[in-house]
Design a protein around this ligand. Structure first.
Ligand SMILES: NC(=O)c1ccc[n+]([C@@H]2O[C@H](COP(=O)([O-])OP(=O)(O)OC[C@H]3O[C@@H](n4cnc5c(N)ncnc54)[C@H](O)[C@@H]3O)[C@@H](O)[C@H]2O)c1
Length: 316
């Protein structure tokens, strides 16, 4: 199978590339390197990385030539960034997704689209199910919901087999800890390894459905093989366990790094939600998704990796 992975130099895209190469697929990567880095693909030299921008229809079409599946992972990710730069988020995430769908139609290819649990916003009941009305609270969430609607429409209007996967707080090795929009797991690990004070937004009791990267990658591979009943759908891809609070994540990371961090509490971030918890039964029935990695196991593997790459202290 020949595949395009947009966002190939990013966290999730690079892991997906590694998995596809290991399965013997021919992989074209596409990334503008605005966030991702070529080094993320160092372990997968077989990937043909094309530097291009999602917002450019011709660049996307040319990278997709001859592909059977387009795994669309590239996006301007981050809720806070979208609150500050809604135009950039919308251009990349909405127009960019349209460009991927146009290419898919041209190539008669399938699309697997990286959506997000953020589409639910602050729901009133849990766990979150796909039949709930989405209530996006940020331009980022709105852009992901719009991407899902385009995917479903391209299936109904043009027979493009497209499946959206709503990721829930993905974490694992290679996640970027450095920039101001970094997510909580790599930020906490780096703070604990360096003896810095981790920043906790709000009281830290907000909880998330954390999903280990290998499970997210598996969902993509399953979606690429799924039957017609999955086309046009948006499916929850969560960790399959109880949500974990931010305070509990910090405590587990502190334990794994033998650190005694003193968190600095700041205001809640605008656009952040209180709880995410996925009902994954639809993903199980439509694509056979069954997450395997617990938060304890996933954090152990992640801390180990960060210890090897950034660490001053022994992991474990
Ligand atoms: N990490 C999570 O917890 C999470 C949760 C929900 C959804 N998602 C979605 O999963 C996908 C991958 O996320 P990630 O965590 O790997 O993020 P990431 O930032 O590591 O990867 C995104 C990649 O897209 C690239 N990119 C951004 N704008 C581009 C453009 N205009 N043209 C070409 N490339 C561009 C970046 O350079 C980067 O390499 C994104 O669509 C994100 O919205 C991630």
């Amino acid at each position: 199978m020949r595949c395009l992975v947009t966002g190939a130099a990013g966290f999730i895209g690079s892991h997906l590339c590694g998995r596809l190469v290991a399965e013997g697929d021919e992989v074209v990567g596409f990334d503008n390197l605005s966030e991702g880095a070529k080094e993320n693909l160092a372990g997968s030299p077989e990937v043909d990385l094309v530097e291009g921008d999602l917002r450019n229809e011709e660049e996307v079409a040319s990278a997709a030539a001859g592909c059977d599946v387009l795994f669309h992972q590239a996006a301007v990710r981050s809720v806070p960034r979208s609150m500050e730069m809604p135009g950039l988020t919308t251009d990349a995430n909405v127009r960019g997704t349209l460009n991927v769908l146009l290419a898919a139609k041209q190539e008669s290819a399938r699309v697997v689209f990286a959506s997000s649990s953020s589409v639910y916003g602050d729901a009133e009941s849990f766990p979150l199910r796909e039949d709930m009305v989405p209530l996006p609270r940020s331009p980022y969430a709105a852009s992901k919901l719009t991407g899902e609607i385009y995917c479903a429409t391209w299936w109904r209007a043009f027979n493009v087999p497209a499946i959206s996967l709503r990721y829930f707080n993905v974490y694992g090795p290679r996640q970027d800890p450095a920039n101001e929009y970094a997510t909580v797991v790599p930020r906490f690990i780096l703070a604990c390894l360096n003896g810095d004070r981790p920043i906790v937004h709000g009281d830290g009791e907000q909880a998330r459905d954390f999903t280990y990267i290998d499970d997210t990658v598996e969902a993509n591979v399953l979606a690429a093989r799924a039957g017609q009943e999955a086309f046009g759908r948006a499916l929850n891809v969560g960790g399959g366990r109880q949500p974990t609070s931010i305070n509990a994540i910090l405590a587990k990371i502190a334990d794994l790094t033998s650190a005694t961090p003193k968190p600095e509490h700041t205001d809640e971030r605008p656009g952040d939600v209180r709880l995410t918890e996925a009902d994954i039964s639809m993903a199980t029935s439509y694509i056979g998704y069954r997450p395997k990695v617990s938060v304890d196991e996933g954090l152990d593997r992640t801390v180990m990796w960060f210890g090897d790459h950034f660490g001053t202290k022994e992991a474990g």
